[in-house]
Design a protein around this ligand. Structure first.
Ligand SMILES: O=C(O)CCC(=O)C(=O)O
Ligand SMILES: [Fe+2]
Length: 201
């Protein structure tokens, strides 16, 4: 891993990915304020999935914000975006300074405790297009973000701790070639919010 002290950028060199990780992209103080705001101001919903004909709660709360008209189908759930809040817009702006592109939507996940999680998947929905640029921002308790290659089983699983105020940029072939997940943990962890800024075509 290459680390640039000035920008705090970690270039994570894993085959078939383009990952850039900034462990403290937002300061501690900024991050505390943002976390508090998002916990109370976001319109959290409990989505359900059908498993073998049975309705089950997914193990986290979610929300979808963005430009009008950018609806998105995610695990068979179609979401219409809620208009941006001022705090979401300010996070988006900060992230766009690095990404050099303009995002039009954000999926937000709230992991209330260690038993909340997200299973293996790639963000490869057709509306994201080929080789999407996704900016993943985290606030709250640190959780492990794991990656596994979809085709080359000789490559080991990779793990990144997504810390309070961190930014992980995923681009290139990351989604095409790798899956990622947030596993459950038996350890005590504070609530965590993750925002993935995306471009819906
Ligand atoms: O919570 C995270 O860090 C990952 C979220 C994620 O993979 C997604 O929203 O697609
Ligand atoms: Fe994802």
């Amino acid at each position: 891993m290459k680390y640039d002290k000035e920008t705090q950028l970690n270039l994570i060199s894993i085959p078939d990915t383009e990952l850039m990780f900034y462990p403290s992209y937002f300061s501690q103080q900024e991050s505390d304020i943002i976390l508090e705001n998002l916990l109370t101001e976001i319109n959290w919903r409990q989505d359900k999935i059908k498993l073998y004909g049975k309705e089950m709660n997914i193990p986290r709360l979610t929300a979808w914000y963005g430009d009008e008209g950018k609806s998105y189908t995610y695990s068979h759930i179609t979401m219409n975006p809620i208009p941006w809040t001022p705090v979401l817009l300010s996070i988006k702006q900060r992230v766009e300074e690095i990404a050099n592109i303009s995002f039009n939507s954000v999926l937000i996940n709230l992991y209330r405790y260690g038993q909340d999680s997200m299973g293996w998947h790639s963000d490869d929905e057709p509306e994201l297009g080929k080789n999407p640029i996704i900016a993943s921002v985290s606030f709250g308790g640190t959780r492990k973000f794991q990656l596994r290659h979809r085709f080359n089983k000789t490559l080991k699983k990779v793990e990144i701790n997504l810390t309070h105020g961190s930014l992980l940029m995923m681009q290139g072939k990351t989604q095409e070639c790798w899956q990622h997940q947030i596993p459950k943990t038996a350890k005590f962890v504070n609530p965590r919010i993750n925002l993935t800024f995306r471009i819906i075509k």
